[in-house]
Write a protein that binds this ligand. Structure first.
Ligand SMILES: [Mg+2]
Length: 193
């Protein structure tokens, strides 16, 4: 007899997984804080959670970079691109067909919501909370290299230049299109237990 399939409760982070505010951040830093004679920055220069090489070379600190990100969300949320070409369709499918939620710690919820809606991403399962650890999710989709999955929580890391120094054994995706397959595989593993 087939076992009833368990639903895997998943949270999907927004910044760095669905939206990429780092791209307009880099544009802004190149325009206003590029030391003369320096090759323009790219997202690859954000080499850790403290904005890495971009911060060190430009002289900006973590707080200033975060403030720039917030300003972009406040003033021009529609300029923020999506993380990859499949992400809108993939995330909407996951939200409609699995027990998935968007969970964001972003301090400018209006701007983030507007950016998601502009790109056509559903926002009816969007939760804002800086304490992600407080939620009982079995799977976490994150780009944050400092995120610590709790207990038996499974971490799926969205590859970004700022998390590449993490150990190779962490499950990593390079495009959102990989997500439905992984989540469905986890669901079957869970049902078989
Ligand atoms: Mg993030």
């Amino acid at each position: 007899m087939l076992k009833k399939m368990n639903l895997i409760k998943t949270f999907i982070d927004v910044d760095g997984v669905i939206l990429l505010p780092h791209t307009p951040l880099v544009t802004y830093v190149n325009r206003h804080h590029l030391p003369s004679g320096t090759v323009p920055f790219t997202n690859e220069d954000i080499t850790d959670w403290g904005f890495g090489r971009l911060a060190k070379t430009s002289g900006l600190d973590w707080r200033q970079c975060v403030d720039i990100l917030h300003d972009i969300y406040r003033t021009d949320p529609r300029s923020i691109p999506i993380a990859d070409e499949h992400v809108v369709e993939t995330i909407n499918w996951l939200l409609g067909n699995t027990d998935s939620y968007l969970l964001s710690a972003n301090a400018v919820p209006d701007g983030l919501t507007e950016s998601l809606r502009y790109h056509g991403v559903r926002t009816d399962r969007l939760i804002f909370n800086g304490q992600k650890e407080a939620f009982d999710f079995q799977v976490a989709v994150e780009d944050n290299p400092t995120y610590k999955p709790k207990d038996s929580q499974i971490l799926i890391l969205r590859d970004q230049p700022w998390n590449r120094y993490l150990p190779a054994d962490i499950r990593r995706i390079y495009d959102s299109i990989e997500l439905p397959g992984i989540i469905s595989e986890l669901r079957f593993c869970s049902a078989a237990r």
